[in-house]
Write a protein that binds this ligand. Structure first.
Ligand code: DP6
Length: 343
């Protein structure tokens, strides 16, 4: 059990004039989180492994508001409805630890399209976790921060760390053993991930809803029971710096995840024609001797893992694929961190 450690410092008595800013990168899952063993706590049915994506980021500021209610601004637009309610519940976790009640203004700004399958919820909740802990002077372990970030959005606990990261499924019903741990630092294996954007519109079915529908698939039990094998293969490949082995397991794991989505109730297809066109480009690159491997999260974009020296070739091939609107190339990113201290 983690203990809630609120460290009341003099400066923390008055949060009225404070602004805290933190930044986090999204992450791409190479072995995916899909399905929950506990919905309110965001406890996953399976462990997962990701790579934090350096070129994309979300910055979050936390400050008190003069109004009587929490405010949430995303890329300059005021957010209302269910996402605001989710955010409020998340803020309450920190207010309880700090024994505070004040409403807060949260501003999140991302340098990439949000809610389009590029993991903006991971970078947003990871940055928010770091910012809120600093805002309230909470002296919490990285594991405890992970269990908090996870409750905002499961994949956010992985963005607390840089490089290759594993989120442990955990066994406990209170979730205190379900947090992320680093596997290999961003400097130790500088691979690249090219992100082929095929559609920047917000996706009609978010990952949370998609997971619920997928849990009804007759293949869902097989997805869960075969995950440990993929995790083990990915851990070994990452430790060995073996791109071919990692890419092979990542593609298979991605196709398994989408297979349970395709066969969910109701069925769910995140792909668009351009998504499949990008897979064909990746297979063609491999046939020409360029090791490149795809993965797809809960949206139509395709992320392609490759060696640093092949980044220009991969980027050009993806950009020339019909339906691809833009290609970002990401290096492994660092973990969530404060940008500005408390004022
Ligand atoms: C397909 O972390 O966005 O990207 O916990 O409900 O907020 P919630 O879901 P979220 O799901 C991410 C799903 C995924 C796979 C992954 O990132 O592992």
């Amino acid at each position: 059990m983690h203990r809630a450690v609120a460290v009341p410092r003099k400066a923390a008595e008055k949060t009225r004039d404070r602004i805290v800013r933190a930044r986090a990168h999204p992450n791409v899952a190479l072995v995916k989180y899909w399905g929950k063993r506990n919905w309110p706590l965001n406890l996953p049915s399976v462990g997962s492994i990701s790579l934090t994506l350096g070129a994309l980021h979300t910055e979050v500021t936390v400050q008190p508001t003069s109004g009587s209610q929490d405010e949430y601004w995303s890329n300059g637009r005021l957010v209302e409805g269910p996402p605001l309610e989710d955010l409020r519940r998340f803020l309450d976790l920190f207010r309880r630890l700090a024994d505070k009640k004040e409403p807060l203004a949260i501003r999140a700004t991302s340098n990439f399209p949000v809610a389009a399958g590029l993991a903006s919820s991971a970078s947003t909740f990871a940055a928010l976790t770091v910012a809120l802990a600093a805002f309230y002077d909470l002296d919490l372990s990285k594991e405890h921060l992970g269990t908090l970030a996870r409750q905002g959005s499961g994949s956010a606990c992985r963005s607390l760390w840089g490089g290759f990261v594993e989120w442990k499924r955990g066994e406990r019903s209170d979730g205190t053993d379900s947090f992320a741990v680093p596997l290999v630092s961003p400097r130790d294996w500088p691979v690249r991930v090219a992100v082929a954007v095929t559609d920047t519109r917000p996706k009609p079915t978010g990952s949370r809803l998609g997971m619920g529908r997928s849990e009804a698939s007759p293949f869902f039990p097989a997805w869960v029971s075969s995950q440990e094998e993929d995790l083990q293969a990915a851990r070994e490949a990452i430790r060995a710096g073996d791109l071919e082995r990692l890419g092979t397991v990542a593609e298979r794991n991605c196709l398994k995840m989408h297979a349970v989505a395709f066969t969910g109730d109701p069925p769910l297809v995140y792909w668009r024609p351009a998504t499949l066109a990008v897979l064909e480009t990746v297979w063609q690159l491999r046939a020409e001797g360029v090791p490149a491997y795809f993965t797809i999260d809960a949206g139509p974009q395709v992320k392609v893992l490759c060696h640093a020296q092949d980044q220009a070739t991969v980027q050009a091939a993806l950009a020339a694929t019909q339906g691809v609107q833009e290609v970002f190339v990401c290096h492994p990113g660092t973990g969530a961190h404060l940008v500005e201290g408390c004022t």
